[in-house]
Design a binder for this molecule. Sequence first.
Ligand SMILES: [Zn+2]
Length: 141
Amino acid sequence: MELVKSLLILFSVSASVAGCFYLLSLPFFPVFGLATIFQIFVYNLFSNWRKQRAEIEFETIQNERIKEFSKQGIECICPDENCAAKTYVPIRLDLENKYECPKCKKSIKVYIGSKTFLETTPVSDDPFKNFNFVEGKDYDN
Ligand SMILES: [Zn+2]
């Protein structure tokens, strides 16, 4: 239905253009053909331009999303027991995370790990108490 409507508009515009030129004693059908081709050409240009604009918009949204993700961070506690200062550290999952403790000025690495439990397993204590983030498993006691 949309296509029929588009073709109808296309041909009636071409016909009116050709009609105007016909009044100037130019042949009807060659002008009609040219007007049709010209409209298709302009339509393609326009739709390409619109597609490109949509792609650029999509990329902008993606970039915004990536920026939002990079804003994530966690509260870290300095591993030096005499310091134990809490610091908010931005976290990137695709990079090694490091920061300098603002209190003792030591360089600290942050390991991000995950641990899985069956939904039915009760977890009351700190689930990472015996977890070795470097090896990704619990320490052997
Ligand atoms: Zn510290």
